[in-house]
Every structure is written in structure tokens, then in C-alpha cells.
Design a protein around this ligand. Structure first.
Ligand code: ZN
Length: 100
């Protein structure tokens, strides 16, 4: 997750803000519990946000990778994955795959 810059930055920024809030909780009387809790909330939120951002990034990567591998149907030119034995658009069997 931390290998992707954007999600790492979101996580680090969240952690920094959370730490600041927790430190403030110890320094400022009166709002200690509130500040400490908001620190925890910010930390958790940034963790999940960075997870979501990373997942979206990976999904896009996987999609791009899949598209790069795609071949065209010999009959209707529809994009197909190489392992597909039959065109989902026109039903043409792919000549490269052995018929069973
Ligand atoms: Zn086709």
C-alpha cells in the first residue's frame, strides 16, 4: 500500500495531523479527550482513505494491464482477452484455441 505515492502521502499527512492532535491533547487542558479522540478518528480515516486510494490505483493498473494484453476478434473486431475461447459479442470461436 505504501508503495504508491498518493496513498502514502494521504496516510502520512493523516498520521501527522493525528499526532499533532494527540500532542495537543496532552498540552491543552479541557479539550484533552476531544482532541485525543479526533486524533484517533483522523488516523483511522486517513488509513482507510489511503487504502481506498491504493485499491483504486491497483484496479486501474490491473485494468490497463488487461487492456494491453487484449486481442481482437477475427470476426467482429471486439476486444478479447487472449485466454477467451469464444467471442462474447458474436460467439465466434477463437481459431488459436483448440476446439474441444
Ligand atoms: Zn466477435
Amino acid at each position: 500500500m505504501l508503495s504508491f505515492n498518493v496513498s502514502r502521502n494521504v496516510f502520512l499527512a493523516g498520521t501527522a495531523i493525528a499526532l499533532a492532535l494527540v500532542v495537543a491533547a496532552f498540552l491543552i487542558d479541557g479539550y484533552a479527550v476531544l482532541l485525543f479522540l479526533s486524533g484517533l478518528v483522523v488516523f483511522t480515516a486517513s488509513f482507510f482513505a489511503s487504502q481506498v486510494i491504493y485499491s483504486l490505483h491497483r484496479l486501474k493498473e490491473i485494468e490497463t494491464e488487461g487492456r494491453r494484453r487484449m486481442v481482437r476478434c477475427s470476426h467482429c473486431e471486439a476486444p478479447l482477452y487472449p485466454e477467451e475461447t469464444k467471442c462474447p459479442y458474436c460467439g465466434t470461436r477463437r481459431p488459436e484455441t483448440p476446439q474441444d
